[in-house]
Design a protein around this ligand. Structure first.
Ligand code: NIG
Ligand code: FE
Length: 403
């Protein structure tokens, strides 16, 4: 049992949690002045103002946080962290006016990363991905979602999922993204999706979540329906790459099917936004990938004002978002999408936890939840400077992590 004391402010987000991350105001950060947290076996057993610390905790071991501020550590809810190879030349091609879809037709894009990832051994993939996981941890991420999707056959998809699960540092949540693109050995998406559905029972050993890229030239809404029906029957949680480059209706499908998240959500109508608002789905916005692709940003203000729960993530991948910079995502959210600081903080903590179905465990600092928190000087310094993180210390399950 440890008593963390001398905390200038605890940004607890208990109000955000009460409102399920929807229609929140800055008051919902529920800041506790001169705060104190008692941890036991990795969980929070008491939280409040130090003046009100119950006598029964007064003889416990203490750690002084020296008048710093703490808040829930970050939840990075959408990444493609395990891959091999580099696509920097593609970026330059796009600068010359070649579209993402045209690059894919020429054998580049996801297909190129698939070739490189298939060739790579588990050990070499792990070396690269471990470096990335450490980089996320340094920025305060203690829960990291990682998708497969660069193997596109059972053996290589499992290789990626196993590599992801073996990473140290943040807690890893794996997601199966077999339907990311059609691999060269399959005639078409219809044929490939059948193989994927047949593999799903075995995938259960490596991931509890499934994702699909619904987009022209990739997978259709009908194929997504078939896939989700099979996945639902097997008890998978579902998420979807939705309405990124064109409107396919995948966001609304996600809302209707009780999916945990619909991610990207750029090309959506006002009616679509209403459907998301009345559902339990979280809209995950990925502004660095929009910037790299030079496509419009999602209408964050419309989503937020309509009462949609909004999360943010890096979408870290070698093609559309070759950056792991959490601060930068928040800066883009503030500058380009007019999100306010409390909305960005919630989007990277409680709301991102909802996108992973983990909101009863992480994402806010409350009794019963994991003692996962970051130490900063002032929370107002967050999501402000690009290329620098104000996070000084990171605790996971009450233990200080080596950064
Ligand atoms: O989230 N849109 C599909 N998947 C990724 C891009 C993957 C790639 O280009 O390698 C994304 O943007
Ligand atoms: Fe993605």
């Amino acid at each position: 049992m440890i008593v963390f004391k001398n905390i200038k402010e605890i940004v607890s987000l208990s109000g955000v949690a009460k409102k399920l991350g929807k229609n929140i105001s800055s008051a919902d950060l529920d800041i506790i002045e001169n705060g104190c947290i008692v941890e036991n076996n990795g969980k929070i057993v008491w939280i409040g103002s130090f003046d009100e610390l119950p006598n029964r905790f007064k003889k416990c071991k203490t750690i002084s946080l020296k008048q710093k501020t703490i808040l829930p550590s970050f939840v990075e809810c959408h990444t493609h962290t395990v891959f091999a190879g580099n696509r920097s030349t593609e970026f330059e091609l796009r600068q010359q006016g070649v579209s993402y879809q045209e690059i894919a037709k020429r054998g580049g894009g996801i297909k190129y990363t698939v070739e490189e990832t298939r060739k790579a051994t588990e050990a070499s993939l792990k070396r690269l991905a471990q470096n990335s996981a450490k980089d996320f941890l340094r920025q305060g991420v203690t829960t990291l979602e990682i998708k497969s999707g660069y193997g596109l056959d059972f053996k290589n998809e499992v290789k990626i999922l196993k590599t992801a699960k073996s990473l140290k540092g943040p807690d890893i949540i794996t997601t199966y993204l077999g339907p990311h693109a059609v691999p060269k050995e399959h005639k078409n998406a219809d044929e490939y999706i059948k193989t994927i559905i047949a593999d799903l029972p075995k995938i259960k050993n490596y991931a509890k979540r499934v994702d699909i890229f619904v987009e022209g030239g990739y997978f259709s809404i009908e194929q997504a329906k078939m896939y989700f029906k099979a996945a639902n029957a097997l008890g998978f949680q579902i998420v979807v790459h939705a309405d990124q480059m064109s409107r396919t209706g995948a966001s609304v499908l996600a809302a209707e099917l009780g999916a945990l998240s619909c991610d990207h959500v750029i090309h959506i109508t006002d009616d679509d936004i209403q459907s998301l608002a009345v559902s339990t789905v979280t809209a995950v916005l990925l502004p660095t990938s929009d910037q790299y692709l030079q496509i419009p940003y999602p209408k964050a203000r419309k989503l937020l004002n309509a009462g949609v729960r909004v999360a943010l993530a890096t979408d870290y991948n070698p093609g559309t978002s070759p950056t792991r910079d959490v601060s930068y995502v928040g800066v883009l959210a503030r500058v380009e999408m007019k999100m306010l600081l409390h909305e960005v903080i919630a989007a990277y903590t409680y709301n991102a936890a909802c996108a992973l179905g983990l909101e009863s465990k992480v994402g806010s600092l409350e009794v019963g939840k994991h003692a996962n928190f970051v130490v900063v000087e002032n929370y107002q310094d967050l999501f402000y400077q690009v290329g620098w993180s104000p996070v000084e210390q990171v605790y996971k399950n009450g233990k200080r992590m080596k950064l």
